[in-house]
Ligand binder design. Structure first.
Ligand code: SF4
Ligand code: SF4
Length: 179
């Protein structure tokens, strides 16, 4: 059965609209003098908390050596297949010549990347890190592919807790005895 709702007649103050306009003006004025809660991006940038996972980058060790050994685990694990690696030989006179391989080419397609961090989790050399860079834009699809040079530019150098290669080299010099 239909239920008819009676429309209440407007009071005098509601018919005048002035009290409602004043109430609206009061709210506007209150916010006009209150401190800003918005940020003038991109001139102002938010503070990024430690451990934030932004754009994936490649990092070098404190000696300036490439840490990536081109094992391709990150390429294999990446869910949207955003990583493309072409392994290459390392020159005999390079600082990291004792490592078997290095990446000849290393591309990450930021139109595919979902910032999941699996590449960082799986990397045995701690060579790939999602750092605090979160703003990536471009006019073409090609611009959104970060090549090896760009990945190192974004990544820079991170502290190395383990110095795995140095330990391995020292062990080799001691007759390959691992202590
Ligand atoms: S963060 Fe995830 S999606 Fe992005 S490159 Fe790494 S594994 Fe792939
Ligand atoms: S970044 Fe790490 S996981 Fe990816 S190829 Fe290089 S060493 Fe392997």
């Amino acid at each position: 059965m239909a239920y008819v709702v009676e429309r209440k007649p407007l009071s005098l103050s509601e018919r005048l609209y002035i009290p409602q306009v004043l109430a609206g003006m009061k709210t506007t004025l209150k916010h006009f003098f209150a401190p800003n809660v918005t940020m003038e991006y991109p001139e102002q940038r938010p503070a990024i908390p430690p451990g934030y996972r932004g754009v994936p980058t490649l990092v070098k060790d404190p000696h300036g050596r490439e840490k990536c050994v081109s094992c391709q685990l990150c390429e294999f694990v990446c869910p949207p297949k955003a990583i493309r690696i072409t392994p290459g030989e390392i020159p005999a006179d390079a600082a990291n010549a004792h490592v078997e391989k290095g990446p000849k080419a290393f591309d990450i397609d930021m139109l595919r990347c979902i910032y999941c961090g699996l590449c960082q989790e799986v990397c045995p050399e701690e060579a790939i890190w999602l750092q605090n860079q979160y703003s990536m834009s471009g006019y073409t699809r090609e611009e959104m592919v970060n090549n090896k040079e760009r990945l190192y530019e974004l990544g820079g150098t991170l502290p190395d807790q383990h110095f795995k290669w140095d330990k391995k080299k020292a062990a080799e010099q001691r007759g390959n005895a691992h202590h």
